[in-house]
Write a protein that binds this ligand. Structure first.
Ligand code: RIB
Ligand code: CA
Length: 317
């Protein structure tokens, strides 16, 4: 393709989403057309405020459109996960959101789904969706505007896992939040790269990495350093390892430099009825009798991943 890849980022912006957004906007390989928000780590309202604050910090002008407040089915309640606030802080940004100026305008004019449709229609080339939270907005887009499927080049998502969960024994957070939406996305026929936990748990930063970001990244690097401290503390409590696992940067890093992950074609379905395994991304790696419907990422080149972030922070200096 000539020119940068047009992308729309759909995010429940917490700490790792904020890294993904920073990485995407730093890269000449990507052109971010818009940011849409959802519930997940925090409520859709807080997610929208966080997205606007982060874009202001990065000095990037880009429209933010607020999306769904809860999953497709079941109670249409405002949703934010308790795992989200434990890891990402009550505000979603490591309890450091208050250190960023409050946005002057929080209202967004369109809802996320119609805004995505508008951006896809207007784009000269096919658009890639980057899914960093529950799949609700994207499932609604595919259901409401099926004619736009052939204008979507693919979906690069953080979600799922082949072997185990992080929120339920078999369920990863973004899928647990809305399993039906994830199933709609996976069955849509759109090209999918799924960055699941086997890959994204290798995408971690340690103290030295964060210090490097602070050193090279000016005020952006300093904010990200501060934002990541509580996230690391919480991760350490949960797992015993002092690491900041930055799941959501993986699909963005893949779009910028595909050699950062190793993926293989798989057939993936969501278990929607299991008593203990609801939301499990049941992954057939062998595809003897079935056609693959996604590329599942298993490996990550962590050194390259870290270097890409250092390079990104340098660009904000
Ligand atoms: O399981 C990791 C995912 O859950 C990431 O998208 C993170 O932001 C949280 O929402
Ligand atoms: Ca996320």
């Amino acid at each position: 393709m000539n020119g940068p890849i047009p992308v729309i980022i759909d995010t429940d912006i917490g700490v790792d989403d904020a890294y993904a957004v920073m990485l995407a906007f730093s890269s000449p390989v990507l052109k971010v057309l818009g940011v849409t928000t959802s519930y997940g780590n925090v409520s859709a309202d807080d997610s929208t405020v966080n997205a606007i604050k982060i874009l202001e910090l990065l000095e990037k002008r880009c429209r933010v459109a607020k999306g769904e407040e809860g999953p497709l089915f079941g109670k249409r309640r405002r949703y934010s996960s308790s795992r989200g606030s434990f890891l990402h802080g009550k505000d979603g940004l490591g309890n450091k959101a208050y250190t960023l100026p409050s946005p002057l305008h929080v209202e967004t004019h369109e809802d996320a789904v119609s805004y995505m449709a508008q951006l896809i229609r207007k784009s000269d080339t096919k658009v890639t969706l980057v899914a960093l939270g529950p799949m609700t907005n994207i499932a609604l887009l595919l259901l409401t505007y099926p004619e736009l499927k052939n204008r979507i080049d693919g979906i690069a998502m953080m979600g799922g896992s082949a072997y185990g969960g992080n929120t339920l024994p078999a369920g990863e957070a973004n899928i647990v939040a809305d399993p039906e939406a994830a199933q709609i996305v996976l069955q849509s026929g759109v090209r999918i790269v799924m960055c699941g936990l086997e890959c994204t748990e290798k995408a971690y930063f340690i103290k030295d990495d964060l210090e490097m970001f602070r050193l090279v990244g000016g005020s952006v690097g300093r904010f990200y350093y501060d934002m990541t401290q509580d996230y690391m503390n919480a991760t350490e409590k949960l797992t015993g390892s002092r690491r900041a696992v930055i799941h959501d940067s993986v699909p963005v890093a893949w779009l910028i430099n595909p050699s950062v992950i190793k993926a293989k074609p798989c057939y993936i379905e969501i278990d929607l009825s299991g008593q203990y395994t609801r939301a499990c991304t049941v992954t057939d790696e062998f595809c003897i009798d079935r056609k693959p419907n996604a590329m599942m990422a298993f490996e990550l080149d962590r050194d390259l991943f870290v270097r890409m972030h250092i390079e990104a922070f340098r660009r904000y200096r």
